[in-house]
Write a protein that binds this ligand. Sequence first.
Ligand code: A3D
Length: 313
Amino acid sequence: MKKKISLIGAGQIGGTLAHLITTKQLADVVLFDVAENIAKGKALDIAQSTSVDGQNINLIGTNNYEDIKNSDVIIITAGVPRKPGMTRDDLLEINLKIIKQVAEGVKKNSPKSFVICITNPLDIIVMAFQKYSGLPTNKVVGMAGILDTSRFKYFLSQELKVPVKDIDSLVLGGHGDTMVPMINYTKIDGKPLTQMIQKEKLDLIIGRTRKGGAEIIKFLEKGSAFYAPAASGVEMAESYIKDLKKTLPCAAYLNGEYGVNNLYAGVPVVIGKNGAEKIIEIDLSSKEKEQFNLSIKTVQDLYKAAKNIDKNL
Ligand code: A3D
C-alpha cells in the first residue's frame, strides 16, 4: 500500500521535502500550512513535475488538519526561521505557540504517525511537541544530528580532499553552538581522523560546523538553510517507512541513557518500523563526555526557559 507523509509547514524546508519525497517516490504528500495558498501552489507545482519524471505520487496542499488523517510520517517545519544575527534560542517563544497548535492538530487527526520535528530551537520544540501531543516518545524525534554530521563531513572532505562518502562521523548533543563532533568516532576511509589533520585545522572545522547554519543565513539574508535540512529529514522518514533500521544521529527522548533524564538531545538512534527503536550508547572519552554534558546543560537551561513560558511543559 502507498505510504502517506504529511508536511506541516510548506515553507522553504517543507517545499523541498515535498519535492525530495516525490523524486524518491517515497509516499503521497500532504503539504499543510496556515498560508493555504503557498501549500496549494507548491503541491500543484511539484505535482506537475511528476509527468516529466514519471512518478506516481499524489500531492495536495491544504490548511485543513483533517487532510493529514492516517499519515505514516509527519514532518514539522511550521514556525519562524532565524534572521541574520539571531540565535536558534531567540525563536523559542513564537515557535512554542506554533508547535502547540500543530500538536493539537496531529493528536486529533493522526496520532499513530511517526513524527519528525525540524522547527527550531530543535531539542525544546521536539520535547514540547511530545508533551503537548502526548504521542509516545518512540514515535517523536527531532532532526538535527544528521545535518550537523553532514556539515562536519563536508568541511572535512574539502580540507582533506577526500570524497564525503569515505568519512564516518557523528555529531551529538544539543542542536546549537555546543554540539559535539565525536572525533574518536570519525574515520577517513577507516583511518582515525586525528592521524590525518592538524589540531588547529580540526578546531577551525569544528567551529565552522557549530556555526554552519549561521554561515548560510548570512549568505541568504532572508531565511535559513533548507536543502540539507530537508535531505536529512527524508533520510529519517525513509528509514522508518522502509524499516531500514539505520543508526542515525537524531534528537531522541532520553530516559537515563547517557545519564540524562526527561530530555530530548542528539544521540545515535536506530530508526525502523517502530520509530526510535533503540538508543545506542557509545563510549565517550573524558573530553567528549565533558563537552556532551555541557551541551546537555544548555538544552536543560533552555527547557527551563520554556517552562517559564508555559508551565505545562
Ligand atoms: P519558512 O520558509 O519560514 O517556513 C515555515 C512555514 O511555517 C511558513 O510557510 C509558515 O506559513 C508556516 N507556519 C507558521 N505557523 C504555522 C502554523 N501554526 N501551522 C502551520 N504552518 C505554520 O521556514 P523554513 O522552512 O526555512 O524553516 C522552518 C523551521 O525549521 C524554522 O524554525 C527553522 O529555524 C528550522 N530549521 C531547523 C534546522 C535544524 O537542523 C533543526 C535547520 C534549518 C531550519
